[in-house]
Design a protein. Structure first.
Length: 135
């Protein structure tokens, strides 16, 4: 996939995340850094739902990609960077934001928050990622 196609795909996924948050969680995501606290609340709710009843792998994958795309688009707008796809493991490719020599796999962090550790804050992760990107 070409970089332009990947960028367009992730922008569309970020738009889907905005619609999902509004329709399913009654939250308005406005592409601001402050809106990442709202993404944290959506992910926390998904974590609680996952504990109560396991979702399909496809559903979790889709939600993580959408919300990760939203987070990535907020990061790119604030700091710069571009979407990349890692295909080293063809069985498990992943998409991340590259900024200079740093890689930020926002979708993977969403997955970890939903499935493993609800204490993770994506807002704080992005704040730290932005600080690291400037070093």
């Amino acid at each position: 996939m070409q970089l332009q196609q990947l960028s367009e795909l992730m922008q569309a996924a970020a738009t889907d995340a905005v619609h999902y948050a509004n329709e399913e969680h009654h939250i308005t995501l406005d592409h601001s850094l402050d809106s990442l606290a709202l993404v944290d609340s959506v992910l926390s709710e998904l974590h609680q739902r996952e504990l109560a009843q396991q979702h399909s792998a496809e559903m979790i994958f889709t939600l993580c990609n959408m919300l990760g795309a939203y987070i990535g688009e907020v990061f790119i707008a604030a700091s710069g960077g571009q979407w990349q796809q890692n295909k080293v493991d063809s069985a498990a490719p992943f998409i991340y934001v590259q900024y200079h020599d740093k890689e930020f796999p926002f979708g993977s962090v969403c997955y970890y928050k939903i499935m493993q550790d609800n204490a993770i804050s994506l807002k704080n992760y992005v704040k730290q990622a932005m600080a690291n990107a400037m070093q």
